[in-house]
Design a protein around this ligand. Structure first.
Ligand code: SF4
Length: 532
């Protein structure tokens, strides 16, 4: 097992006491894929010796597993980081006041002992503290740390990690957006999180020891000069960080590696900020840690990434090209879940209908083959899946839904727009006539089956006529439920270059009209079901 011990804050070692495990709070934003990713992260952290927590009050690390698909979801994450930062600043300011009070008391010859560590943000407070105590502060970014000797321990501020799709989208620029973010890990790199945390904790420990010394005037001055020059370098670097996409991230990563290689000893400071966003794939084993947040339902990822490049969507850029897990690996995971009493298997992919498996023996299989294989597993009594793409859906799939007893009689089939011109601009790969026929086919083959969808209103270039085509589609198909979104441009997606020309109030009007219509349709669908 990897060692992950929270060292005694006072001494930098365990001081003879039994070591405490690092405690992690995981917060999840976004879709089922992210819920599963958080379970995977939790599983590998537990395997590596970390402990999970429910509240930030007793967490050493807070990980936010994020979604970049909608602007609104991103805003929630930045706001969450803001609240964590506020708590951290208050917490740290309290620590600083204690330090200053203690220092003054000591100067007066009292022995009153307060907390041992301070992490300070205010320059005045820091200078006041250093001046009084001759303690060198060498941290160059906003997490300025200082320590004096022989103090009783105090809980340190939590490390904050940005993980998932937003992490990939922002890369190193996340540190500019919020200096409180300590590490950034993209969806393909989640297996590295335990190692990253170990590095950060190790760095902090070394930093604290290095910063800890109460030194004589000359040494103090020299170290201060080095701290100042390092801080200046970091500020220059921070100022130069822009959100330049993957290429920019890669270049800066190279630069950073260069700096880490060439600078001693202040190079250690750079390990205060780690970002890993360029991974291409995940090791299979991370799906088998056994950690599940639900005792009845197991989310199982069947494919990662997407190669459809719908023009409004950021998924292919943040989760990478479509990769399929092998059918035997998926079945092994489903069996592991079933052996623990889990009865529902929920298969996940950005586009499950394009699933293709090539097994170790060279045998090929598609999504329906996979459904049949999961259906045959003992202990599994219910199977669901999401999402289906209309261009890859067909009667073979509908017949499997109808014919396989354990498969939920339900299909989520996003149509996005009823206008052919907008569908083309969205790069969806079908037109409205095709979608309508597909929906009718589904209704015919799966009688009574539920049908849900996603709709975007206010896409660039959407005229009133385009919108009316979407409205008619909702009237014609009569979905059981629908997720209706107002378009917002996403960085890195193709449509970010289109003119976002539908006014905000017009997007809101169209959103409300479709929402009201869908509410009426959903109500009558429910009443029809209940009447049967
Ligand atoms: S199918 Fe389109 S909308 Fe769905 S994840 Fe892939 S690119 Fe995004």
């Amino acid at each position: 097992m990897v060692e992950n011990e929270r060292k005694d804050d006072n001494t930098g070692d365990s001081g003879g006491k039994s070591p405490k495990k690092l405690r992690v709070l995981l917060r999840t934003f976004g879709c089922q894929m992210n819920i599963r990713d958080s379970e995977v992260i939790a599983g590998i952290l537990i395997q590596a010796g970390f402990e999970l927590r429910q509240s930030e009050d007793d967490a050493d690390v807070v990980i936010l597993n994020t979604c970049a698909v909608r602007e609104h979801a991103e805003e929630k994450v930045w706001s969450e980081i803001g609240s964590l930062a506020k708590r951290r600043t208050k917490h740290e300011a309290r620590g600083t006041q204690n330090e200053i009070r203690r220092t003054k008391n000591e100067a007066r010859g009292t022995n009153e002992v307060h907390s041992p560590w301070s992490t300070v943000h205010s320059k005045d407070a820091r200078d006041q503290f250093c001046e009084a105590k001759k303690v060198t502060v060498t941290k160059s970014d906003s997490h300025l740390s200082a320590r004096t000797e022989n103090r009783e321990p105090r809980t340190a501020s939590p490390i904050i990690g940005l993980v998932g799709c937003m992490a990939k989208n922002y890369g190193q620029a996340a540190f500019t957006r919020s200096p409180f973010v300590d590490f950034v890990v993209g969806p393909q790199d989640i297996a590295k999180i335990p190692e990253i945390l170990q590095k950060l904790v190790h760095s902090q420990s070394i930093l604290r020891q290095a910063q800890d010394c109460v030194v004589d005037g000359r040494q103090n001055r020299e170290t201060k000069d080095e701290a100042r020059s390092t801080r200046d370098e970091k500020e220059i670097e921070a100022r130069s960080i822009k959100h330049e996409g993957r290429e920019g991230d890669r270049n800066r990563k190279q630069e950073n590696t260069e700096i880490q290689r060439t600078k001693q000893p202040s190079s250690i400071l750079f390990e205060r900020k780690i970002w890993e966003t360029d991974g291409l794939t995940r090791p299979e084993e991370i799906y088998h840690s056994g950690f599940r947040s639900d005792t009845k339902k197991a989310y199982i990822v069947i494919s990662e990434g997407c190669s459809n490049y719908c023009s409004y969507c950021v998924v292919p850029y943040v989760r990478g090209q479509l990769r399929h897990r092998r059918q035997e690996d998926i079945l092994r995971e489903a069996q592991e879940a079933a052996s623990k009493g889990i009865t529902e298997i929920f298969l996940l992919g950005q586009n499950v209908n394009s699933y293709r498996s090539v097994s170790a023996t060279g045998a090929e299989g598609d999504f329906v083959d996979l459904l049949e294989a999961v259906h045959a597993l003992e202990g599994v009594s219910r199977i669901s899946f999401i999402s289906s793409h209309p261009k890859d859906s067909n009667t073979r799939l509908f017949k499997a839904i109808a014919g396989l007893e354990k498969v939920k009689k339900s299909l989520h089939l996003p149509f996005q727009s009823g206008s052919d011109h907008i569908l083309k601009s969205m790069n969806r790969g079908y037109n409205s006539k095709y979608y309508l026929e597909l929906a009718r086919e589904y209704r015919k083959i799966v009688p009574g089956g539920e049908l849900s969808t996603d709709i975007i209103v206010g896409f660039p270039g959407e005229s009133e006529e385009d919108f009316q085509a979407t409205y008619r589609m909702v009237e014609d198909v009569r979905f059981d439920s629908a997720f209706i979104f107002k378009y917002s441009p996403r960085p890195h997606s193709k449509a970010v270059d289109f003119s976002d020309d539908v006014e905000k109030h017009e997007k809101e009007r169209r959103h409300k009209l479709i929402l009201d219509l869908q509410k009426r349709v959903s109500l009558s669908a429910r009443q029809r079901r209940e009447a049967k």
